[in-house]
Design a protein around this ligand. Structure first.
Ligand code: MN
Length: 322
């Protein structure tokens, strides 16, 4: 019997303000908040930078999470409070661990004509959420899949007999797959993990369920293999992510992840007051003449922040909408 696949459809969100590029956000959403510790999925592009101006996100804070940037095309300048100044390139994972607090800016480079990729976040579990800020990058080998089906790059965790050296704070996996037109790939997966297929291209058939670009096909724990077919007549591409179910009460608000309303209120005030918690991002230059030097926090909602709900790590036969 085919594995049940729950489809999470993305909503369109302007990144960093109304004049900015549009991203497609599949997580978090009402019906599902996490896939393992993965808690945020933005898929963007291919975006014609001459039309949209590309990515220009001024320095902003993060707590209690890691950001993963993975590009298919274009380059992004990443500057952060750990004195990291890196050009993010296709095929290289850039992972920033915020820990107790950091801040960063992200700007597509002058040389970029098309920007295309994903940004993901992972939740740092309770025992590691106040770790020191750090930054890791890794360029995985492009390995061939069986039967000339295509290739894969394992950027996080272990899969297909490959191991990424990038440190994680909970059990996680992440990989990019490229499938030839009409090709099908089947591979072994960890049955203790829940997983997501983030579709970059259209007409990817995951265990009989069709995905379109920006959809996420979710599978629950207990599965030992997964099969994806590229039904289009062009190369197909997707990211495969997964992890052990996160069983913690998480508060996500703006760019901050905490465990209580009071914690988030305090951190918001600390950002507004230029607290040392977040450090300082040097090197950011806005593309816009009227660009901000750093992003102000939005006002707190008038109600108390509540922990995000997450259903059991078992796929339901539904297409959810973000
Ligand atoms: Mn960020």
């Amino acid at each position: 019997m085919a594995t049940t696949v729950e489809v999470l459809t993305a909503k369109s969100v302007p990144l960093g303000g109304p004049r900015a590029m549009t991203v497609h956000r599949a997580l978090p959403q009402r019906q599902r908040s996490f896939i393992g510790a993965w808690c945020f999925i933005d898929h963007f592009g291919p975006d014609d930078v001459s039309q949209t101006g590309g990515m220009d996100v001024a320095p902003h804070p993060h707590t209690g999470l890691q950001t993963v940037t993975w590009l298919f095309e274009g380059t992004i300048m990443h500057d952060d409070a750990g004195d990291v100044h890196e050009v993010v390139r296709p095929g290289t994972i850039n992972l920033m661990t915020a820990g107790a607090g950091t801040c960063h800016s992200e700007v597509s480079t002058q040389a970029t004509t098309t920007l295309h990729g994903v940004q993901l976040w992972t939740v740092l579990p309770e025992e590691h959420r106040f770790t020191q800020r750090r930054f890791d990058s890794y360029t995985p080998p492009n390995i061939s899949l069986l039967n000339d089906a295509g290739s894969a790059r394992v950027f996080l965790g272990s899969l297909l007999d490959e191991d990424s050296p990038v440190p994680t704070f909970s059990p996680l996996v992440g990989a990019e797959f490229t499938l030839a037109p009409g090709a099908q790939a089947t591979w072994d997966i960890n049955p203790e993990f829940e997983h997501g297929i983030i579709a970059d291209t259209n007409d990817l058939i995951v265990e009989g369920t069709r995905l379109y670009s920006s959809d996420v096909g979710y599978t629950g724990v207990g599965e030992t293999s997964i099969s994806v077919k590229n039904e289009s007549d062009a190369p197909g591409r997707f990211l495969f992510i997964g992890g052990a179910p996160l069983r913690e009460d998480i508060i996500m608000w703006w760019n901050l992840i905490g465990r209580s309303h009071e914690e988030v209120v305090r951190w918001r005030e600390e950002w507004e007051n230029h607290s040392e918690r977040f450090g300082v991002t040097e090197g950011y230059v806005s593309k816009r003449a009227d660009g901000l030097a750093r992003l102000p926090a939005p006002p707190m909602p008038t109600t108390r922040l509540k922990p995000r709900k997450n259903p059991e790590p078992i796929a339901r036969k539904i297409r959810t909408r973000a």
